[in-house]
Ligand binder design. Structure first.
Ligand SMILES: [Fe+2]
Ligand SMILES: [Fe+2]
Ligand SMILES: [Fe+2]
Ligand SMILES: [Fe+2]
Length: 434
């Protein structure tokens, strides 16, 4: 990459493709539904001449409207309260772990009903997702398009806002929209829309961090491991004299380095003891999967920093048994950051290690010619700041998880009186055996 701005290290449209590849683990049904709903919300907002800033919030909320379903059991997906539960979980996730703080509220209301008290300014935007969500669900379930529109008209003033009903009728009768939906061109339209928007460096970082959180939610962990690797890797690079852009590359790589673990069964990821040889071989594949997920979307240099994190300087690592001469120092820094972050945190198979033990293990690896000496020395020289940063992130993960748990019940009671109940409400289409 020639540019030096961290913001330009990934194009927003590529960031979205990365989300799509990642979320495909929920099934192609899931991604198609969310992209089509976001497309319909965009068209609805255009028809209603909604201002661009509000449109952006509504479209992004639509794109992530069912994100609360991620990593959930069949029992959850089939429960009678699925509509509210995933609205609440999606809201908490977006509010706490994404740059979409305002869009979060819109997600909270996407299964609410128009003929209930309006809760706040996001309520009516939530109903725009509701109407597009229903239209898409009915169409996906092969209900005739005219019949689907009849259902919608029937709910005008009840579940749906009459203004939205009039607008969605016009939208869905528009030949261009019919063509976009039937030909799959809606994906390009949404892509073009996202490419036309500007994103700050901070929001790009926020989306990458959200991606790493989704992985943890999917796997039901709260270690914040990727964030710890990202932060400690960037700190080590800074102590070793690297500039801001290189530190950001390391940070970026840390956030995506283990994304491929989403394809590894939980029985292996969470195994309390040592993995047997067959399980270990499967586990090792996560770096290959991380590479496949991010390929062509993330700059090559960052991809290598991320996916060489289990290589070792003496060729004893995986997956390619690279050696010191094959690797850049940033790639080797990531290896140290990954090891120290794993050692400092509690895992299913081990307690958290104190600094002294972490240091000794790292030094032993330096002595055996496996880990970068300069990076380990940078850790030792600055261990107070690195350990504090890592511990704060780990503890934040635990605290946030318990806070969110408490809030779920409160929110459930707050919005249950506003939920929409209408004929033909399907249960989740995202059933998946883990
Ligand atoms: Fe939903
Ligand atoms: Fe939905
Ligand atoms: Fe890993
Ligand atoms: Fe890792």
């Amino acid at each position: 990459m020639k540019n030096t701005s961290g913001k330009n290290l990934i194009k927003p449209s590529n960031l979205w493709k990365l989300f799509e590849r990642f979320l495909a683990v929920m099934g192609s049904n899931y991604v198609d539904h969310c992209v089509r709903t976001a497309y319909l919300v965009l068209k609805l907002c255009e028809e209603e001449r909604i201002d661009p800033i509000t449109t952006r919030k509504a479209v992004f909320a639509a794109y992530f409207h069912d994100i609360g379903s991620i990593g959930k059991s069949d029992e959850y997906l089939l429960s009678a309260d699925y509509d509210l539960l995933h609205s609440i979980d999606g809201y908490l996730l977006l509010r706490n772990k994404s740059p979409l703080k305002e869009a979060a509220k819109i997600v909270l209301y996407h299964h609410c009903s128009f003929n209930r008290p309006i809760l706040d300014k996001y309520f009516l935007l939530g109903l725009k997702i509701a109407i597009c969500d229903r239209l898409d669900d009915w169409e996906r379930n092969h209900i005739e398009y005219e019949t689907a529109l009849d259902h919608i008209r029937d709910q005008s003033g009840k579940a749906f806002n009459p203004l939205d009903v009039l607008a969605i009728e016009k939208v869905s009768k528009n030949n261009d929209v019919r063509y976009d939906i039937q030909s799959g061109k809606y994906k390009d339209v949404l892509n073009d829309y996202i490419s036309s928007l500007s994103f700050s460096k901070k929001s790009i970082q926020g989306y990458l961090s959200m991606l790493s959180s989704l992985f943890e939610i999917y796997n039901d962990t709260t270690y914040n491991h990727s964030k710890t690797v990202a932060a400690s890797g960037a700190l080590l690079a800074k102590y070793m004299g690297y500039g801001e852009v290189d530190c950001f590359k390391t940070f970026f790589a840390g956030l995506i380095h283990d994304l491929g673990k989403i394809f590894i069964p939980l029985s292996i990821l969470d195994k309390p003891g040592k993995l047997d040889p067959e399980e270990y071989e499967k586990m090792k594949m996560h770096v290959v999967y991380s590479r496949t997920l991010c390929k062509d979307l993330v700059p090559y240099e960052i991809l290598n920093i991320a996916t060489y994190h289990h290589e070792r300087l003496d060729g004893s690592g995986y997956p390619d048994q690279l050696r010191h001469n094959d690797m850049t120092e940033l790639e080797e820094i990531m290896q140290v950051a990954d090891v120290l972050s794993a050692l400092l945190a509690r895992r299913s198979y081990k307690a958290e290690y104190p600094y002294e033990l972490t240091r000794d293990i790292l030094l032993d690896n330096v002595e055996k010619g496996r880990l970068n000496k300069r990076a380990v020395q940078a850790f030792i020289d600055n261990h107070e700041e690195v350990c504090k940063t890592a511990n704060d992130i780990i503890i934040d993960g635990y605290k946030e998880a318990s806070r969110m748990e408490g809030e779920r019940y409160k929110l459930f009671n707050e919005i249950k009186a506003n939920r929409a109940r209408m004929p033909g409400m399907p249960l989740s289409n995202f059933l998946k055996k883990k």
